[in-house]
Ligand binder design. Structure first.
Ligand code: GLC
Length: 569
């Protein structure tokens, strides 16, 4: 029996521990994530398509780079219409990518190196070749008919409403045999699951259990904001602007098929299920939404939804204005204001958007600009997501003729829209034929730039972008201010975007000269007691003209990025 005093002390200790546990950052808050598009990373069997064994082979490279987690895009059995985002079996590996045993080995080897493995979960739609859909379309009375969104034509035979498909033009396809239309926000080969049917949800949650039991560390939830549709299927308002790539189709406000409130409830249930199976597993939601308030809902009413709704604002806003200190500052300030201390992600490139190396580059100083944007990505308050190849400055290499295009959306809208092949070209490992990616014929051509721009060459050059990423990640890893500190913008210079990150014991100042001129940056007055001197912890210039200790003013070379640190008093 415990005495009351001992019981009290025990309870107090427990309370202390749990407060501490609540405050301690979760692994994914401190992680540097690295997105791998498996088709294009490393082929090991000579078929020209990357595979899971290729990722395993390159784990030491990833460890040396300093990443803490990989996110692997779909490798499940699939007809590959949308290169894996059309899943025909959720619980297996497509033979082009390997086997379940290869997956197990990848997880085991990654974990040995302290790298976590996050996988893609395509829960909004299946392939039209998935047995669920085959059964669903077999007859109007099929047991799985209601697993998808089927509707009768309008009396004149036309489609049930005006919704457009993301890949164009329309989101409904008539099934001749049963005389009804099915809904697909993406390609017709990607019919939408009906999440209003509880059996669908139950079955999809089983997929979560399957992969968590196999050792996955979390999920990137694909296109999660399209999970539910308006039950009345009302028409979406049509906007005056033309959609990207088309001269006839108009954009729509996706009022009735995106971000319906029901999505948030489903996320809360998914999170609860996830936490029951493995509370360490992270949920990362893909939701391109126009406004911050909409993204905030994904966190759940009491932070019990998705852990990390992808924050694409850094991609969406500056895309229009290139490198602009004012735009970056305002995007991050808006993020911080909306987040109210919640954790976020930062991302500049992925498999759906042109690479930022050329998107944000000015064509003359791209390497310097890539170092500057890397500094920003890895020093903001949030978890950074790198996209394979950005650490060596891979460029977007679009197909030159329509015959070369592999991504169906590029075929459809050629030449105004060339599809996503440009950002999915094979990883450039060395200067050999096919850049060390494959010994066969690569599924997408290796960019000509691979001859000079590759991992092997950059490993040898101390000033390369690759070595800069390594230094930056290493600095971040040992800096409490960069990992956990709060954020405050410094000043309103139109050319220098600067901010302070402050944690107990350390303050970091990041100054990014987003112009081609030399610029003076005034250090802020000493925060608490002073005076104290900042150390130049990192500069993107090989031989920066700064003394090691800085106080007062700092002159930044064109496009220079500097991180200063000091002990907080
Ligand atoms: C997501 C994926 C994209 C895919 C689409 C349909 O947006 O990132 O690549 O085409 O979903 O699954």
């Amino acid at each position: 029996m415990k005495t009351p005093a001992r019981a009290f002390a025990f309870a107090a200790l427990l309370a202390l521990l749990s407060t501490h546990a609540a405050a301690a950052p979760r692994w994914w808050q401190r992680a540097v994530f690295y997105e791998i598009y498996p088709r294009s990373f490393q082929d090991t069997n000579g078929d020209g398509v990357g595979d899971l064994n290729g990722i395993t082979r390159r784990l030491d490279y990833l460890r040396a780079l300093g990443v803490d987690a990989v996110w692997v895009t779909p490798f499940y059995p699939s007809p590959q219409v949308d290169f894996g985002y059309d899943v025909s079996d959720y619980e297996d590996v497509d033979p082009q990518f390997g086997t379940l045993a290869d997956f197990d080995r990848l997880v085991k080897e990654a974990h040995k190196r302290n790298i976590r493995v996050v996988i893609d979960f395509v829960l909004n739609h299946t392939s039209d070749r998935h047995p669920f859909f085959i059964e669903s379309r077999s007859s109007k009375t099929s047991r799985k008919r209601d697993w998808y969104v089927w509707r009768d034509p309008k009396p004149d035979g036309s489609r049930p409403n005006n919704w457009s498909s993301s890949f164009g033009p329309v989101a409904w396809t008539l099934d001749e045999k049963t005389g009804q239309y099915f809904y697909h926000y993406f390609y017709p080969q990607q019919p939408e699951l009906n999440w209003r049917n509880p059996e669908v949800e139950r079955r999809m949650l089983e997929t979560v259990r399957f992969w968590l039991k196999r050792g996955a560390d979390g999920f990137r939830l694909d296109a999660v904001n399209y999970l539910y549709e308006d039950p009345q299927l009302r028409d979406n308002p049509v906007l005056p602007e033309l959609r990207f790539g088309s001269t006839t189709e108009h954009e729509q406000e996706k009022k009735y098929n995106r971000d319906l409130p029901e999505v948030q409830d489903a996320m809360v249930r998914l999170r609860a299920f996830n936490d029951r199976v493995n509370p360490e597993s992270v949920l990362i939601g893909e939701a391109y939404v126009p406004k911050w308030e909409e993204l905030m809902r994904y966190y759940g009413p009491s932070n019990n939804g998705v852990h990390l709704p992808f924050n694409f604002f850094l991609v969406m806003e500056p895309a229009r204005s290139k490198l602009d200190a004012k735009v970056f500052r305002s995007v991050i300030e808006a993020s911080e204001k909306a987040l109210q201390g919640r954790w976020t992600t930062y991302v500049l490139s992925n498999h759906d958007i042109p690479r930022h190396y050329d998107r944000l580059g000015d064509g003359k100083n791209n390497d310097l600009i890539a170092k500057l944007t890397a500094t920003m990505l890895l020093s903001l308050r949030g978890s950074p997501f790198l996209y394979y190849g950005e650490e060596i400055g891979m460029v977007t290499t679009e197909p030159k003729t329509v015959e070369e295009v592999r991504d169906p959306v590029g075929k459809r809208y050629w030449p105004l829209r060339k599809g996503r092949d440009g950002e999915r070209t094979p990883m450039q490992w060395d200067a050999s034929t096919h850049a060390g990616f494959t010994t066969g014929a690569p599924w997408l051509p290796v960019p000509p730039s691979a001859k000079e721009k590759n991992v092997a060459a950059q490993e040898r050059d101390p000033d390369s972008l690759l070595n800069f990423y390594k230094r930056l990640i290493a600095l971040r890893r040992r800096s409490p201010a960069l990992l956990d500190g709060d954020y405050a913008s410094l000043g309103d210079d139109p050319h220098v975007y600067a901010y302070r990150r402050r944690a107990p014991g350390q303050t970091a100042i990041v100054a990014l000269n987003m112009s081609a001129e030399r610029r003076a940056f005034k250090l802020p007055p000493v925060m608490r007691a002073g005076p104290f001197v900042y150390n130049v912890a990192l500069s993107s210039r090989p031989a920066p003209g700064h003394a090691r200790g800085v106080s007062g003013e700092l002159t930044l070379a064109p496009f220079e990025a500097v991180i200063l640190t000091a002990r907080s008093l």
